[in-house]
Design a binder for this molecule. Structure first.
Ligand code: ASP
Ligand code: MG
Length: 410
């Protein structure tokens, strides 16, 4: 008998029919002789709907009340899922985050899990129940309801798996697993069988969002292996785990792309201490998250700084920068460009293989695609290109690294 944690995301429980499907799957797992904890998200669209309702009644709702509101989405799903299981002849109980012993800090709407005391969970399992656990929520030591940030049900599943020392943690979603590239862009992309935590994190930060990054970081920290699988079929998924020997033999695990980027360049800034701090201090104060930063080698005590950001944040960033430009000398000039996209290749094998960057750049060159900016980390090489060329760029790079499988026939 194994103890299995399964997590079903919003689309997997998006309709009554899909909830019955989840109930069936959970029951089958129990019938195969296992104990099951099923973590569920709010039905798809529900959290967004609640956020909108809050906006409709208040311009700036307090975060305490926001959590009281948002946590109701998952509370609906746990009750419905438990009802569906009971209706199918099984025995299930629902537990809120608080009832399951998930204690968090008091940072409303993005609380961190402080500890988990799963006494009730164990009792319920030992009585033969399937435990249906509300994702995305917990409570403070003082009993206030908290939520864990968007996508936080993933974190609930991983953290609960760690707390009960589950034998298996399965994250069910609406795709078969993690792919070598977005199959809508590169139809020959293949499902990845095994991926390391670090690769998964880099893929997520480069636009391949299958899971909340925080939960992958948590899994890495506590060594929780998990599988990403499809809730609509029984195909094998992607196993996410610690690195091990042999994993480095694959140089590039995947290619990911991020659209709707923008680029800001500040020309002719004085090359002296404090300038970058001033620029990025202003950006930070405006609450804008930036990505690639490139500073040129300086000549004549002047340099250029470029960085990328989400195109949606461009107006905010520009007005924040206008306010400090005057302090940076009279020659400085600010230029910005939208229609930029980022292409990244990710793989732990990059650490031990040479020629990876040149192969990527060569593939882009052969396709006549101009590279605007380049940045690298130990296991990632990223470039920005014109947005209209991103799909072609993804295809040629995917092919250059031998990631193509057979094109789907259907
Ligand atoms: N319902 C929450 C959200 O939509 C949490 C989750 O689905 O993981 O972000
Ligand atoms: Mg989700």
């Amino acid at each position: 008998m194994a103890l299995i944690v399964q997590k079903y995301g919003g689309t997997s429980v998006g309709t009554p029919e899909r909830i019955r499907n989840v109930a069936r799957r959970v029951l089958e797992t129990q019938k195969a002789g296992h104990q099951v904890i099923a973590v569920v998200s709010a039905m798809s669209g529900v959290t967004d709907g609640l956020l909108k309702l809050a906006k409709d009644v208040s311009e700036s709702p307090t975060e305490r009340e926001m959590d009281v509101l948002l946590s109701t989405g998952e509370q609906q799903t746990i009750a419905l899922t438990a009802m569906a299981i009971n209706a199918q002849g099984g025995k299930a109980v629902s537990l809120t985050g608080a009832q399951a012993g998930i204690q968090t800090d008091g940072v409303h709407t993005k609380a961190r899990i402080a500890n988990i005391t799963p006494t009730e969970v164990h009792e319920m399992l030992d009585e033969g129940n399937i435990v249906i656990l509300a994702g995305f929520q917990g409570q403070t030591r003082d009993g206030l309801i908290t939520t864990l940030g968007r996508g936080g049900s993933d974190l609930t599943a991983i953290a609960m798996a760690a707390a009960v020392k589950a034998d298996l943690c399965q994250i069910y979603t609406d795709v078969d697993g993690v792919y070598t590239c977005d199959p809508r862009v590169v139809p020959t992309a293949q499902k990845i069988d095994v991926i390391s935590y670090d690769e998964m994190l880099e893929m997520a930060s480069s636009g391949s969002k299958v899971m909340q990054s925080r939960s992958v970081e948590f899994a890495k920290k506590f060594g929780v292996r998990f599988e990403v699988r499809n809730s609509m079929n029984n195909n094998p998924g992607t196993l996410v785990k610690e690195e091990e020997l042999g994993m480095e033999s694959v140089v590039v695990r995947g290619v990911s792309l991020e659209r709707n980027q923008a680029k800001i360049t500040i020309d002719d800034v004085p090359d002296r201490p404090g300038v970058a701090a001033k620029i990025f201090g202003a950006i930070h104060k405006a609450g804008v998250v930036i990505d690639m930063i490139v500073q040129n080698v300086s000549w004549d005590n002047e340099t250029d700084i470029s960085f990328t950001l989400s195109a949606a944040d461009l107006p905010k960033a520009e007005s924040a920068l206008q306010a400090v430009l005057a302090e940076l000398g009279d020659k400085v000039e600010l230029r910005s460009q939208t229609g930029v996209a980022k292409l990244s290749i990710v793989g732990i094998g990059m650490r031990s293989h040479s020629g990876v960057a040149s192969k990527m750049f060569g593939a882009l060159a052969n396709a006549g695609i101009n590279i605007q900016m380049i940045s690298t980390s130990e296991i990632k090489t990223a470039v920005t290109v014109e947005e209209r060329e991103i799909e072609k760029a993804a295809k040629v790079v995917h092919e250059a690294f031998g990631l193509d499988g057979a094109a789907p026939t259907a």
